[in-house]
Design a protein around this ligand. Structure first.
Ligand code: PMP
Length: 360
């Protein structure tokens, strides 16, 4: 039996995708070998690569002005690659410091150039975001960086700042493809795969083509976005298994009704948990500003840490895994990515109600 999987990443994948991976693992569509044993220059892999890129372009409605790249290194490598490519010598970038992931971005940005912090959420314990209308790039800024969803803090931007001529850059690792966005509003979007896209291994970068001109010639080949753009993300061996799985996830999203249907379901799922928290205010508490509560990662606290431990243990005994909050903040975190079935959320909220009744 498959468990109810609330892990923050790697996280749950659609069962039909896992089954298709299993079916094709040893022999890929009559080829007599597995796709992972096949040259990445083969026509079979070419089709998979094109299907993954095409699927993502269609679902996110990525305009021709933007290139989609499949890279390695995780979102973490983008913390460095973004400034290496977009920040000229002596330049600065603006950043919204919204939590643990923004902090990592900031640390790397400061190694490459200088950072201008537009908003610092640390004083409030990273429980809120600025109003997007108040987020304005500073004069001479090379780009403005946000983290669209803080996976640890459970904070999510519901609308994005309008940054005019200054490119908006977003780490969308934990909410890409969870809702419709206007890609043309962004200069660059990046995301590791292991939440809504597939297994870890591939990192997606969506970059406005004119920004490719900024990359300095001094960059090593792999770190230069132009290398990958010129070679259709086949400059070197791509993470073929992860891209294959991503292509199947794109098909799954389409079969579920596309991003509008997925977004609607995501809101339904998160509302079920937030409603349960709100209706038991003596027992559950969500520290996040109501306006910015994440639909992907719902964080909440119980009256004591001992009760939180007991909650996680009893949930595990009922086949619900991955509910322990990140080690840096504690508490409970329920990650409700695209592939998590509504039934798993029903099981969770029922358990929450019972647990509160018994222990409140
Ligand atoms: N940004 C965010 C918002 C994340 O949630 C994560 C991973 N949890 C990362 C960056 C780092 O991603 P990776 O492990 O793929 O480098």
């Amino acid at each position: 039996m498959r468990k109810h999987n609330f892990y923050a990443g790697p996280s749950t994948l659609p069962l039909s995708v896992l089954e298709e991976l299993q079916r094709t693992m040893v022999e890929y569509h009559g080829m007599g070998l597995s796709l992972v044993e096949t040259s990445h220059r083969s026509s079979e892999y070419d089709d998979v690569h094109a299907s993954a890129l095409g699927g993502m372009r269609a679902l996110l409605d990525v305009p021709d002005t933007h290139e989609i790249l499949f890279l390695g290194g995780g979102a973490t490598m983008q913390f460095g690659m973004v400034p290496m490519n977009l920040l000229p010598a002596g330049g600065h970038a603006d950043i919204v410091h919204s939590g643990a992931w923004a902090e990592k971005t900031l640390d790397d940005l400061k190694k490459i150039g200088s950072a201008n912090i537009l908003f610092d959420g640390s004083e409030g314990g990273f429980t809120t975001l600025p109003d997007p209308a108040d987020v304005q790039p500073s004069a001479g800024s090379s780009y403005l960086h946000i983290t669209s969803n803080e996976t640890i803090g459970g904070l999510q931007w519901k609308a994005f700042p309008q940054t005019g001529d200054v490119p908006l850059v977003a780490d969308m690792s934990s909410d890409i493809l969870s809702r419709r966005i206007d890609v043309s509003q962004f200069g660059l979007i990046y995301a590791g795969a292991q939440k809504n896209l597939g297994p870890a291994g591939v990192t997606v970068v969506i970059i406005r083509k004119d920004l490719l001109d900024r990359s300095p010639d001094t960059l090593p080949a792999y770190l230069d976005y132009r290398t990958h753009a010129k070679k259709n993300s086949l400059y070197n061996t791509p993470p073929v298994f992860s891209i294959y799985a991503l292509s199947l996830v794109m098909n799954w999203i389409t079969s579920e009704g596309g991003l509008d249907a997925i977004a609607k379901r995501n809101i339904t799922k998160s509302a079920m948990v937030y409603r349960t928290i709100e209706s038991n205010p003596e027992f559950f508490r969500c520290p996040v500003d109501q306006r910015y509560r994440s639909d992907m990662n719902v964080v909440f606290r119980l009256p004591t840490e001992d009760l939180e431990k007991q909650f996680v243990a009893e949930a595990a005994a009922k086949e619900m895994v991955g509910l322990k909050g990140h080690r840096s903040v504690g508490g409970i975190r329920a990650s409700l990515y695209n592939a998590l079935p509504v039934e798993s959320v029903e099981t969770l909220v029922e358990f929450m109600r019972e647990f509160a009744q018994k222990n409140g």
